[in-house]
Write a protein that binds this ligand. Structure first.
Ligand code: HMG
Length: 388
């Protein structure tokens, strides 16, 4: 039985910060951000959005009435959870009106959470072929104003429906994993901003990629030329380029090198526009690649997922005949209609985020054009509503 990705969608804020402006405000050469980091814009998430509303806004695009009845499992990947106990999946189920027989959980392992969900969904669908699984990767990447990580901030959510006989991608059953207890990036319970050893994390990313890629090739007996595209978790898009270069630099086959680089450029287009999405990042890159419509049925894509702390996985997927019909330009057109904010406006929005607190709080949800918003908190309960 073929199992894989049937539908995908993406949501982020209606506001963005041009990276050139951020670089100038931090007394850096804009090319360091635009080329050295590989980011053009950074999503500025409003205080009326959190991982639940971002996920609901992404999933709304693919969860129609039929899906609401059929979905039987919701897997919510995030490292920006809104509660230490209750899972984001339950909020999502309720906001979208998904049938109450569906079960749901939240999955956490830094940026790896959604990939963990993909593998769980594979097993679940193998046992229950009629199943339709809703997965989301939803996060807000916050490092802090003026920090080294600031230029890699971002946020948003990717939603996926997995099923048997999918319309977009058939996921392979082989994969290679690597898990090591390291402190490259973490976020203690008292913090909303990540702590990170940036250079160390970037070096470990490459090590994890090379090791899992090599293990995958060894396990499957495949060579690199089996892949039409290699795509990556993209904390900043230059990171993926560095990882790709690490395995193509010694190749004799110039055509393959060129073609892998060309597909990589296609795969980083959307990520350049948004910044780090944490759990959703690899899948935004996948969406970006599919949107370029430069693949044909049967092409094999290699996917590298990395979650700090750290866990890495390399797996592959094959493009399904007719996938083009299921990726529409309208789906990502909203990115061109976003509003640019100044550095001062971004800093004001950043500081206005609700902190863990007992007092009631009201967000500026009236200004937010998103369908689902966080209105605030009353008696320590979050108030969500569909307003648009
Ligand atoms: P930095 O130290 O300010 O940057 O921050 P840099 O000095 O390393 O420069 C970056 C690049 O720009 C370099 O290129 C420079 O040469 C180049 P590279 O050597 O890397 O190829 N450069 C220029 N290029 C063109 N024109 C110029 C110019 N000037 C310099 N004028 C750092 C970089 C990544 C350390 C920082 O942004 C950071 O700490 N980010 C957060 C951590 C991170 O993203 N780590 C990535 C791997 S970990 C991961 O992926 C997991 C994660 O998503 C979390 C999770 O799993 O939950 C983060």
């Amino acid at each position: 039985m073929k199992i894989g990705i049937d539908k995908m969608s993406f949501f982020t804020s209606d506001l963005y910060l041009p990276m050139e402006d951020l670089a100038k405000a931090r007394n850096e050469d804009p090319n360091k951000y635009l080329i050295g980091i590989g980011q053009s814009k950074q999503a500025v998430i409003r205080n009326s959005q959190d991982s639940v509303t971002l996920a609901a806004n992404a999933a709304l695009k693919i969860v129609d009435d039929n899906e609401k009845e059929k979905i039987d499992l919701i897997l919510f990947g995030t490292e920006s959870g809104v509660d230490n106990s209750k899972s984001g999946a339950i909020y999502l189920q309720s906001l979208l009106g998904i049938n109450s027989s569906a079960s749901g959980v939240e999955l956490k392992q830094a940026c790896f959470g959604l990939t963990a969900g993909i593998q769980m969904a594979m097993g679940h669908i193998a046992l229950h072929p009629e199943s339709r699984v809703l997965l989301v990767g939803s996060d807000i990447a916050r490092y802090g104003i003026g920090t080294l990580g600031e230029k890699t901030q971002g946020g948003g959510a990717v939603a996926i429906i997995m099923s048997a006989n999918p319309h977009l991608l058939e996921i392979g059953t082989q994969s290679a994993h690597l898990t090591k207890d390291i402190m490259d990036f973490w976020r203690p319970l008292n913090r909303s901003e990540a702590l990170v050893d940036g250079k160390y994390s970037s070096a470990e990313f490459i090590n994890f990629f090379k090791e899992t890629f090599e293990n995958y090739l060894e396990k499957t007996g495949e060579e690199i030329d089996k892949f039409t595209a290699l795509i990556f978790h993209l904390p900043y898009t230059k990171m993926g380029l560095k990882a790709l270069r690490s395995v193509i630099e010694d190749l004799d086959n110039d055509d393959l090198k060129e073609s892998l680089l060309e597909h990589f450029e296609e795969s980083r287009y959307l990520n350049r526009e948004v910044g780090n999405l944490y759990t959703g990042s690899l899948y935004l890159s996948l969406l970006s690649l599919l949107h370029a419509r430069n693949l044909k049925a049967g092409d094999q894509i290699g996917l590298f997922s990395y979650g700090s702390g750290a866990e890495g996985e390399f797996y592959s997927a094959k493009v399904v005949e007719g996938y083009e019909k299921y990726v529409t330009d309208e789906e990502i057109a909203f990115l061109d209609q976003r509003t640019s904010v100044s550095v001062a406006e971004y800093e004001q929005i950043y500081r206005s985020f609700m902190r863990p607190q007992t007092a009631d709080y009201r967000t500026e949800f009236e200004n937010d054009p998103a369908p689902f918003v966080l209105k605030g908190q009353q008696q320590q309960q979050r108030i969500y509503e569909k307003v648009n």
